[in-house]
Design a protein around this ligand. Structure first.
Ligand SMILES: Cc1cc2nc3c(=O)[nH]c(=O)nc-3n(C[C@H](O)[C@H](O)[C@H](O)COP(=O)(O)OP(=O)(O)OC[C@H]3O[C@@H](n4cnc5c(N)ncnc54)[C@H](O)[C@@H]3O)c2cc1C
Length: 484
């Protein structure tokens, strides 16, 4: 029991800590279903991933050879496919309920394979996306790169192949959040503009949250505070049994094009260099979103590192459109993707009565939001739900989606890929020589972290430079062994 005496108290059916896309979407679904719901979070959304997202509504564009080689990855892809089918009605309802411009900003997605990068990553992932589009019967058409009229990269970075997926769009994340908020209030929900500072519990049952000297009592509590869910989990006895959250810190930018033109669709590369691929998303009124970097960081970040910003903008002007270099940068955005220590979502009952967790969505939580909010709302109301989320239950041993050998190969290939994307110049043999030493060094490092469990590639890579990450990986592995 951790009750605090003498606090003002309000009571709700459900209290949700976190006002990003997941907390707001869940709050809306529950409020529409007659629950008394409070959503907590400061209005300027510090650390949020949602606010910095390009907000691509895509799951095929996210496919990699690794993703579809594992049961966990394929399950995630199939959740993404279901979510994709929900967006048209989800958006139509939101757009009906408020005035203003539409939320959707891009019509389809064009995936390009350009000459930057490596065959092992770029060609392989480009082909993997096509293969999954075919497998699931999702329409797409090949496009001659010469017909990509808005794309005008440097000659040495030009696209060699391309295809267009008409069903994968993008939205304006800020407009989406605004609509979710107004629809939530209209449905009778309460916005509490403070941060939750802790979760109240008695024995095995959570009973509310604390915020700014107030107790918000509730029969059910949802933690959906993105990468900052961790400090709240740390206030609960179950916390150490759930994969810790770190941040996939990312930089994105909004740029006004010099000629006022925009592409109609998202233009993106496949995922590469441990990140979500280079992508440009039209935002209307001559403005384009450029995204995004992804660096694993133990603590969420609020300001970008200069090198990340330089890298992002360089990639956009060189690989997609040279005249972006004389465009006006209107906003630089920093966001934190909620990344669990095994890199898979943490979704469902949280291991104490009345506790729910909805986070760890990494690169595509915005896309998944209509699905996850409806699935979790159904379960909270005692219904079964339609999708199987059991692989992503919060209290679990670390997901081992890939063999150690495969993870080491991925680390080596992506590390080398970063070099090519940064335009390094090497004598031809050096690529092979570096790999010869990098592979055994990475394998030895994996062994040093743990003899059996291997962190996912980007965490294994980052852990070599970040001792705090090694510490939390080992602590979580130790607790999961005690749990058996
Ligand atoms: C650069 C970038 C690009 C991305 N692009 C895409 C994309 O194209 N498509 C896609 O689907 N996904 C994308 N993502 C990932 C996506 O943004 C996330 O998966 C998703 O937004 C996570 O939503 P969330 O609500 O869980 O967390 P967040 O958006 O991080 O929101 C959490 C909220 O909780 C608040 N909070 C923190 N602590 C507390 C507390 N103690 N009490 C109350 N509130 C608290 C925060 O201020 C924040 O507002 C991208 C992410 C980044 C960073």
């Amino acid at each position: 029991m951790n009750a605090q005496k003498g606090l003002e108290s309000r009571n709700f059916d459900v209290v949700i800590a976190g006002n990003g896309v997941l907390g707001m979407s869940l709050g809306l679904v529950l409020a529409r279903r007659g629950q008394r719901v409070a959503v907590l979070g400061e209005p300027h959304r510090p650390w949020a991933g949602t606010a910095a997202a390009g907000a691509m509504l895509g799951c095929f564009g996210e496919v990699t050879t690794s993703l579809v080689s594992s049961e966990y990855g394929r399950t995630k892809l199939e959740l993404g496919i279901r979510a994709g089918r929900m967006w048209p009605s989800w958006l139509a309802e939101l757009e009906d309920e408020a005035d203003g411009n539409g939320i959707r900003t891009a019509d389809g997605t064009t995936v390009i394979l350009n000459s930057i990068g490596t065959a092992e990553i770029d060609d392989a992932n480009f082909n993997a996306i096509r293969a999954e589009l075919i497998r699931y019967g999702e329409p797409f058409e090949d496009v001659d790169p010469l017909d990509l009229d808005w794309v005008d990269g440097e000659p040495i970075s030009r696209p060699l192949r391309a295809f267009h997926v008409p069903g994968e769009h993008a939205v304006n994340a800020a407009a989406l959040l605004a609509r979710l908020e107004s629809a939530f209030v209209q449905a009778g929900g309460t916005l509490v503009t403070d941060m939750a500072t802790g979760v109240e519990y008695q024995g095995d049952r959570v009973t509310g949250v604390f915020a700014n000297g107030e107790r918000l009592g509730a029969g059910q509590v949802v933690l959906a505070a993105g990468a900052r869910t961790q400090p709240l989990l740390d206030t609960l006895p179950v916390g150490p049994r759930i994969p810790r959250l770190v941040s996939g810190y990312g930089v994105s930018a909004l740029v006004k094009t010099v000629d006022g033109t925009l592409p109609r669709s998202v233009i993106r590369t496949p995922n590469r260099s441990f990140a979500c691929g280079l992508h440009l998303v039209p935002r209307g009124e001559g403005e384009v979103y450029i995204g995004a970097t992804n660096i694993i960081s133990v603590e969420p970040r609020e300001i970008p590192e200069m090198r990340d910003l330089i890298f992002l903008l360089q990639c956009a002007q060189r690989q997609v459109r040279r005249s972006l270099s004389v465009g006006g940068v209107t906003k630089i955005q920093v966001g934190n993707r909620p990344v669990s220590l095994d890199a898979f979502p943490i979704i469902g009952e949280g291991g104490m009565d009345g506790l729910w967790i909805m986070t760890g969505t990494y690169r595509d939580g915005l896309h998944l939001s209509p699905l996850l909010s409806q699935e979790i709302a159904a379960r909270m109301l005692g219904e079964e739900g339609e999708a199987d989320l059991s692989l992503f239950r919060p209290v679990r041993p670390p997901v081992q989606a890939w063999s150690r050998e495969r993870i080491i190969d991925d680390v080596v290939e992506h590390q080398i890929g970063i070099g090519y994307e940064q335009d390094w110049k090497l004598p031809v043999e050096w690529d092979e020589w570096i790999k010869m030493d990098l592979r055994p060094a990475t394998a030895a490092w994996a062994e040093e972290i743990d003899p059996e469990i291997t962190p996912p590639p980007e965490l294994l890579f980052t852990s070599r430079f970040v001792p705090d990450l090694v510490k939390i990986l080992r602590e979580y592995y130790a607790v999961s062994r005690e749990d058996g």
